[in-house]
Design a protein around this ligand. Structure first.
Ligand code: FES
Length: 88
């Protein structure tokens, strides 16, 4: 290679498209959030999520520990199983 040639960094496109955070819509249950996130209230106060690689956020409204899921969705019979509509 001559001194005038530049080296382009190798780009791993698959890795570049990987999100840092994954939110999984659990059937009849919470949103499971995996990855490094900051969770704040309406005033910007952050919950301490140190050491937690994943959290579950209540979407049924029945948790006594909102915004986190405490399993109450099972007791109240929460039903919801959304999936994305396939692209056409
Ligand atoms: S989703 Fe689990 S308590 Fe609401």
């Amino acid at each position: 290679m001559s001194e005038n040639q530049t080296v382009q960094p190798e780009v791993n496109e698959t890795a570049a498209k990987q999100p840092d955070v994954t939110v999984t819509v659990r059937p009849n249950g919470p949103f499971r959030v995996e990855g490094v996130i900051k969770l704040v209230d309406a005033q910007g106060n952050a919950w301490n999520l140190e050491g937690k690689p994943a959290i579950s956020l209540c979407r049924c409204g029945a948790s006594a520990n909102k915004p986190f899921c405490d399993g109450a969705h099972n007791k109240v019979g929460f039903q919801s199983q959304e999936s994305p509509v396939p692209a056409q």
